[in-house]
Ligand binder design. Structure first.
Ligand SMILES: [Zn+2]
Ligand SMILES: [Zn+2]
Length: 201
């Protein structure tokens, strides 16, 4: 019984850790990423800007199209762990969730009909983040609820005022400020290239 409880606690902890780290990456992209940054700009920041302007755009992308970067990162982590003899079920679980963070995020933008019964059910019982929960990230000023996998981590970070405190610390020490988000009312207009992503009526 004690063993089962410990295992479940570890699973929960790993899920929350993966959700938190996915949130940190998302926050870095939203707050400090620039589309002009070499390599990262066109690969990660542009899709991120598109997502804030047209949240439904990426729902038409395949798993590969939205997860290749996470898969690559997961491969590096597994490779490094294997090299150091640190492979364990915990590591595999963490990597498996992390690789699928963007897919879970995508599901929270799809309709129930698009998601089908199984995913909708998993959202209903809160195993996966619910669309309602994620919608809080897409509400102006879009600077909170960055974690995309569960409904568990964001409220804890909110209570701690984690993101504004971290941003204040970064501003104090480096002078860097949360960038303008052109999808937020009053901070636009967005870059001209966004036109090609505008939903066709
Ligand atoms: Zn965002
Ligand atoms: Zn989203």
């Amino acid at each position: 019984m004690r063993h089962l409880f410990l295992t479940l606690a570890q699973v929960l902890g790993l899920v929350m850790l993966a959700d938190f780290l996915a949130g940190v990456v998302h926050w870095l992209e939203d707050a400090y990423g620039s589309e002009d940054t070499p390599v990262v700009g066109p690969l990660l920041i542009r899709p991120n800007i598109v997502h804030h302007h047209y949240p439904r755009f990426f729902t038409r992308l395949s798993w590969w199209q939205s997860s290749w970067d996470l898969l690559l990162l997961g491969g590096v982590i597994v490779g490094a762990a294997a090299w150091f003899g640190l492979l364990s079920w915990q590591l595999w679980l963490f990597v498996a969730i992390s690789i699928n963070a963007n897919q879970v995020h995508k599901w929270s933008h799809r309709t129930r009909a698009e998601n089908g019964r199984v995913i909708s059910f998993l959202q209903d019982i809160r195993v996966l983040q619910t669309p309602h929960h994620h919608a809080l990230h897409h509400t102006d000023p879009k600077n909170t609820y960055y974690c995309p996998v569960t409904n568990l981590v964001n409220p804890i970070l909110e209570r701690l005022r984690f993101w504004p405190r971290l941003e204040a610390l970064i501003e104090r020490t480096t002078g860097l400020r949360h960038r303008e988000d052109t999808s937020v009312r009053g901070q636009g207009p967005g870059p001209a290239w966004l036109g090609e992503f505008r939903p066709k009526k």
